[in-house]
Design a protein around this ligand. Sequence first.
Ligand code: SAM
Length: 269
Amino acid sequence: MTTLDDLLALDWTSHTVEIAPGVQTRPGQPLLRDEARTRAVMRELRRHAMHDGRGDGLRALDLGCLEGGFTVELARAGFDALGVEGRASNHAKCAALARHLALPGLRFELCDVKALAEATHGRFDAVLCLGLLYHLDDPMAFVEHLARELTTPRAVMFLDTHVAPPDDAAMAGFGGRAALSPLVTLTHRGHDYAGRWYHEYDGAQAPDEAWTSVSNARSFWPTEPALIAALLRGGWDRVYPIYGTFEIGEEFALRRQYSRAWYVAVKGD
Ligand SMILES: C[S@@+](CC[C@H](N)C(=O)[O-])C[C@H]1O[C@@H](n2cnc3c(N)ncnc32)[C@H](O)[C@@H]1O
Protein backbone atom coordinates (compact mmCIF):
# COMPACT_ATOMS: atom_id res chain seq x y z
CA MET A 1 0.00 0.00 0.00
CA THR A 2 1.43 3.38 -1.01
CA THR A 3 -0.19 6.33 0.76
CA LEU A 4 -0.33 9.89 -0.51
CA ASP A 5 2.22 10.85 2.16
CA ASP A 6 4.58 8.09 0.96
CA LEU A 7 4.32 9.45 -2.58
CA LEU A 8 4.77 13.07 -1.58
CA ALA A 9 7.90 12.18 0.42
CA LEU A 10 9.68 11.00 -2.75
CA ASP A 11 12.10 13.30 -4.60
CA TRP A 12 10.14 14.27 -7.75
CA THR A 13 12.51 16.08 -10.13
CA SER A 14 10.39 16.61 -13.23
CA HIS A 15 6.97 15.01 -13.71
CA THR A 16 4.06 16.75 -12.01
CA VAL A 17 1.27 14.18 -11.80
CA GLU A 18 -2.11 14.53 -10.12
CA ILE A 19 -2.24 11.73 -7.53
CA ALA A 20 -5.59 12.69 -5.92
CA PRO A 21 -8.02 15.52 -6.62
CA GLY A 22 -6.00 18.71 -6.07
CA VAL A 23 -2.87 16.81 -4.92
CA GLN A 24 0.18 16.53 -7.19
CA THR A 25 3.69 15.09 -7.02
CA ARG A 26 5.29 18.54 -7.31
CA PRO A 27 3.07 21.02 -5.50
CA GLY A 28 2.73 24.38 -7.18
CA GLN A 29 4.13 23.20 -10.55
CA PRO A 30 2.12 23.03 -13.80
CA LEU A 31 0.71 19.54 -14.34
CA LEU A 32 2.58 17.44 -16.91
CA ARG A 33 -0.69 16.70 -18.71
CA ASP A 34 -1.08 20.45 -19.46
CA GLU A 35 2.50 20.98 -20.72
CA ALA A 36 3.00 21.89 -24.39
CA ARG A 37 5.02 18.72 -25.03
CA THR A 38 2.34 16.46 -23.54
CA ARG A 39 -0.38 18.16 -25.56
CA ALA A 40 1.72 17.73 -28.72
CA VAL A 41 2.31 14.04 -27.94
CA MET A 42 -1.37 13.32 -27.32
CA ARG A 43 -2.42 15.26 -30.43
CA GLU A 44 -0.09 13.17 -32.63
CA LEU A 45 -1.23 9.91 -31.01
CA ARG A 46 -4.86 10.89 -31.59
CA ARG A 47 -4.04 11.58 -35.24
CA HIS A 48 -1.94 8.48 -35.92
CA ALA A 49 -3.01 5.75 -33.49
CA MET A 50 -6.02 6.33 -31.27
CA HIS A 51 -9.67 5.71 -32.15
CA ASP A 52 -12.20 8.39 -31.19
CA GLY A 53 -9.54 9.97 -28.97
CA ARG A 54 -8.94 6.75 -27.00
CA GLY A 55 -6.12 4.24 -26.86
CA ASP A 56 -8.29 1.28 -25.80
CA GLY A 57 -7.02 -1.98 -27.27
CA LEU A 58 -3.63 -0.46 -28.19
CA ARG A 59 -0.23 -1.01 -26.58
CA ALA A 60 2.06 1.94 -25.86
CA LEU A 61 5.72 2.02 -24.81
CA ASP A 62 7.28 4.95 -22.93
CA LEU A 63 11.09 4.70 -23.23
CA GLY A 64 13.24 6.08 -20.40
CA CYS A 65 10.08 7.03 -18.56
CA LEU A 66 11.83 8.78 -15.61
CA GLU A 67 9.03 9.41 -13.08
CA GLY A 68 6.27 7.86 -15.16
CA GLY A 69 4.18 10.94 -15.92
CA PHE A 70 3.79 10.24 -19.62
CA THR A 71 3.04 6.55 -19.02
CA VAL A 72 0.26 7.61 -16.63
CA GLU A 73 -1.22 9.89 -19.30
CA LEU A 74 -1.14 7.01 -21.81
CA ALA A 75 -2.93 4.69 -19.36
CA ARG A 76 -5.47 7.38 -18.53
CA ALA A 77 -6.19 7.66 -22.28
CA GLY A 78 -6.96 3.91 -22.38
CA PHE A 79 -3.67 2.47 -23.67
CA ASP A 80 -2.13 -0.66 -22.24
CA ALA A 81 0.96 1.36 -21.28
CA LEU A 82 4.43 0.14 -20.34
CA GLY A 83 6.98 2.61 -18.97
CA VAL A 84 10.57 1.33 -19.17
CA GLU A 85 13.17 2.94 -16.96
CA GLY A 86 16.78 1.85 -16.54
CA ARG A 87 17.61 3.68 -13.30
CA ALA A 88 16.41 2.02 -10.08
CA SER A 89 15.87 5.28 -8.18
CA ASN A 90 13.55 6.55 -10.94
CA HIS A 91 11.78 3.22 -11.33
CA ALA A 92 11.01 3.16 -7.59
CA LYS A 93 8.97 6.37 -8.03
CA CYS A 94 7.16 4.93 -11.05
CA ALA A 95 6.33 1.75 -9.13
CA ALA A 96 4.98 3.76 -6.18
CA LEU A 97 2.84 5.79 -8.59
CA ALA A 98 1.44 2.61 -10.18
CA ARG A 99 0.63 1.07 -6.77
CA HIS A 100 -1.16 4.22 -5.66
CA LEU A 101 -3.08 4.98 -8.86
CA ALA A 102 -3.93 1.32 -9.57
CA LEU A 103 -4.92 2.20 -13.15
CA PRO A 104 -5.75 -0.73 -15.41
CA GLY A 105 -3.12 -0.81 -18.15
CA LEU A 106 -0.39 1.04 -16.22
CA ARG A 107 2.85 -0.93 -15.85
CA PHE A 108 6.47 -0.05 -15.26
CA GLU A 109 9.58 -2.14 -15.69
CA LEU A 110 13.14 -1.60 -14.52
CA CYS A 111 15.05 -2.42 -17.68
CA ASP A 112 17.72 -1.02 -20.00
CA VAL A 113 15.88 -0.09 -23.21
CA LYS A 114 18.66 -1.86 -25.12
CA ALA A 115 17.35 -5.15 -23.65
CA LEU A 116 13.79 -4.77 -24.99
CA ALA A 117 12.85 -7.71 -27.19
CA GLU A 118 9.76 -8.91 -28.99
CA ALA A 119 9.99 -12.30 -27.28
CA THR A 120 9.68 -10.78 -23.81
CA HIS A 121 7.81 -7.52 -24.41
CA GLY A 122 5.76 -8.07 -27.56
CA ARG A 123 5.02 -5.32 -30.06
CA PHE A 124 3.66 -1.83 -29.50
CA ASP A 125 1.32 0.42 -31.50
CA ALA A 126 2.68 3.69 -30.10
CA VAL A 127 6.12 4.61 -28.80
CA LEU A 128 7.20 7.67 -26.83
CA CYS A 129 10.93 8.29 -27.23
CA LEU A 130 11.23 11.48 -25.21
CA GLY A 131 14.63 12.63 -24.00
CA LEU A 132 16.03 9.13 -24.46
CA LEU A 133 17.62 8.64 -27.89
CA TYR A 134 20.41 11.14 -27.17
CA HIS A 135 21.42 8.99 -24.17
CA LEU A 136 22.26 5.98 -26.35
CA ASP A 137 25.56 5.08 -28.01
CA ASP A 138 24.03 3.42 -31.09
CA PRO A 139 20.81 5.31 -31.91
CA MET A 140 20.82 4.10 -35.53
CA ALA A 141 20.59 0.47 -34.42
CA PHE A 142 18.05 1.36 -31.74
CA VAL A 143 15.51 3.08 -34.02
CA GLU A 144 15.86 0.15 -36.42
CA HIS A 145 15.23 -2.34 -33.59
CA LEU A 146 12.13 -0.36 -32.59
CA ALA A 147 10.78 -0.41 -36.14
CA ARG A 148 11.60 -4.00 -37.04
CA GLU A 149 11.21 -5.89 -33.75
CA LEU A 150 9.13 -3.91 -31.28
CA THR A 151 6.30 -2.23 -33.17
CA THR A 152 3.18 -3.22 -35.10
CA PRO A 153 2.89 -2.60 -38.89
CA ARG A 154 1.14 0.79 -38.51
CA ALA A 155 2.92 2.04 -35.40
CA VAL A 156 3.67 5.65 -34.55
CA MET A 157 6.59 7.06 -32.57
CA PHE A 158 6.86 10.52 -31.05
CA LEU A 159 10.52 11.49 -30.84
CA ASP A 160 11.85 14.39 -28.76
CA THR A 161 15.62 14.50 -29.09
CA HIS A 162 18.80 16.51 -29.44
CA VAL A 163 20.52 16.47 -32.82
CA ALA A 164 24.21 17.26 -33.36
CA PRO A 165 24.94 20.83 -34.45
CA PRO A 166 26.04 20.30 -38.07
CA ASP A 167 28.77 22.95 -38.29
CA ASP A 168 30.82 25.51 -36.33
CA ALA A 169 28.14 28.21 -36.56
CA ALA A 170 25.52 25.88 -35.13
CA MET A 171 27.97 24.71 -32.44
CA ALA A 172 28.59 28.32 -31.40
CA GLY A 173 24.87 28.85 -30.77
CA PHE A 174 24.40 25.65 -28.75
CA GLY A 175 24.62 25.98 -24.96
CA GLY A 176 25.78 22.39 -24.31
CA ARG A 177 28.68 22.39 -26.80
CA ALA A 178 31.39 21.70 -24.16
CA ALA A 179 30.25 18.07 -23.85
CA LEU A 180 30.25 17.44 -27.62
CA SER A 181 33.06 16.07 -29.80
CA PRO A 182 34.02 17.34 -33.26
CA LEU A 183 31.93 15.90 -36.08
CA VAL A 184 32.59 12.20 -36.67
CA THR A 185 31.06 9.57 -38.93
CA LEU A 186 29.67 6.22 -37.77
CA THR A 187 28.79 3.47 -40.21
CA HIS A 188 25.69 1.36 -39.74
CA ARG A 189 24.78 -1.36 -42.26
CA GLY A 190 27.03 0.24 -44.88
CA HIS A 191 25.65 3.79 -44.51
CA ASP A 192 27.57 6.71 -43.02
CA TYR A 193 25.94 8.84 -40.30
CA ALA A 194 27.44 12.18 -39.27
CA GLY A 195 27.18 13.25 -35.68
CA ARG A 196 28.99 14.02 -32.44
CA TRP A 197 29.82 12.09 -29.30
CA TYR A 198 28.26 13.50 -26.13
CA HIS A 199 30.17 12.96 -22.87
CA GLU A 200 27.79 11.50 -20.27
CA TYR A 201 29.98 10.56 -17.29
CA ASP A 202 33.53 9.62 -16.26
CA GLY A 203 34.49 6.05 -15.45
CA ALA A 204 32.63 2.83 -16.10
CA GLN A 205 29.72 3.19 -13.68
CA ALA A 206 26.76 5.47 -14.46
CA PRO A 207 26.11 7.92 -11.61
CA ASP A 208 22.72 7.96 -9.86
CA GLU A 209 21.72 11.19 -11.58
CA ALA A 210 18.05 11.07 -12.51
CA TRP A 211 18.26 12.22 -16.11
CA THR A 212 21.47 10.72 -17.55
CA SER A 213 22.36 7.57 -19.50
CA VAL A 214 22.42 4.30 -17.61
CA SER A 215 24.77 2.05 -19.57
CA ASN A 216 27.08 4.11 -21.77
CA ALA A 217 29.60 6.78 -20.78
CA ARG A 218 29.16 8.57 -24.10
CA SER A 219 26.19 8.89 -26.41
CA PHE A 220 26.03 9.49 -30.14
CA TRP A 221 24.00 12.43 -31.45
CA PRO A 222 23.39 12.19 -35.20
CA THR A 223 22.89 15.40 -37.16
CA GLU A 224 19.28 15.99 -38.22
CA PRO A 225 19.77 14.58 -41.78
CA ALA A 226 21.57 11.56 -40.32
CA LEU A 227 18.78 10.97 -37.81
CA ILE A 228 16.06 11.17 -40.47
CA ALA A 229 18.02 8.83 -42.76
CA ALA A 230 18.51 6.36 -39.88
CA LEU A 231 14.79 6.37 -39.14
CA LEU A 232 13.79 5.81 -42.77
CA ARG A 233 16.45 3.20 -43.50
CA GLY A 234 15.64 1.56 -40.18
CA GLY A 235 12.04 0.76 -41.11
CA TRP A 236 10.01 3.87 -40.29
CA ASP A 237 8.17 4.78 -43.49
CA ARG A 238 7.67 8.52 -42.98
CA VAL A 239 9.14 11.11 -40.64
CA TYR A 240 7.57 14.49 -39.94
CA PRO A 241 9.26 17.29 -38.03
CA ILE A 242 6.84 19.13 -35.77
CA TYR A 243 6.70 22.91 -35.79
CA GLY A 244 3.93 25.10 -34.45
CA THR A 245 3.93 24.43 -30.72
CA PHE A 246 5.38 27.84 -29.82
CA GLU A 247 5.51 31.17 -31.63
CA ILE A 248 7.68 30.33 -34.67
CA GLY A 249 10.45 32.92 -34.05
CA GLU A 250 10.80 31.63 -30.50
CA GLU A 251 10.67 28.05 -31.76
CA PHE A 252 13.55 28.59 -34.22
CA ALA A 253 15.57 30.27 -31.45
CA LEU A 254 14.90 27.39 -29.03
CA ARG A 255 15.98 24.86 -31.67
CA ARG A 256 19.28 26.69 -32.15
CA GLN A 257 19.92 27.14 -28.43
CA TYR A 258 19.10 23.53 -27.43
CA SER A 259 19.77 21.82 -30.77
CA ARG A 260 16.65 19.84 -30.01
CA ALA A 261 13.63 18.94 -32.09
CA TRP A 262 10.44 16.88 -32.17
CA TYR A 263 9.46 14.39 -34.88
CA VAL A 264 6.73 11.89 -35.60
CA ALA A 265 7.77 8.66 -37.31
CA VAL A 266 5.15 6.28 -38.69
CA LYS A 267 5.06 2.86 -40.27
CA GLY A 268 2.69 1.76 -43.03
CA ASP A 269 0.68 3.78 -45.54
C1 SAM B 1 16.30 13.12 -19.94
S1 SAM B 1 15.39 11.91 -19.09
C2 SAM B 1 13.87 11.94 -20.00
C3 SAM B 1 12.72 11.46 -19.19
C4 SAM B 1 11.33 11.45 -19.83
N1 SAM B 1 11.26 10.53 -20.96
C5 SAM B 1 10.93 12.82 -20.26
O1 SAM B 1 11.13 13.19 -21.43
O2 SAM B 1 10.45 13.59 -19.42
C6 SAM B 1 16.14 10.38 -19.63
C7 SAM B 1 15.58 9.16 -18.92
O3 SAM B 1 16.00 7.98 -19.59
C8 SAM B 1 16.54 7.07 -18.65
N2 SAM B 1 17.51 6.28 -19.38
C9 SAM B 1 18.67 6.70 -19.94
N3 SAM B 1 19.28 5.70 -20.60
C10 SAM B 1 18.46 4.60 -20.46
C11 SAM B 1 18.53 3.26 -20.91
N4 SAM B 1 19.56 2.82 -21.65
N5 SAM B 1 17.52 2.42 -20.59
C12 SAM B 1 16.47 2.85 -19.84
N6 SAM B 1 16.35 4.11 -19.38
C13 SAM B 1 17.34 4.98 -19.69
C14 SAM B 1 17.11 7.94 -17.54
O4 SAM B 1 17.26 7.25 -16.34
C15 SAM B 1 16.04 9.04 -17.48
O5 SAM B 1 14.96 8.64 -16.70
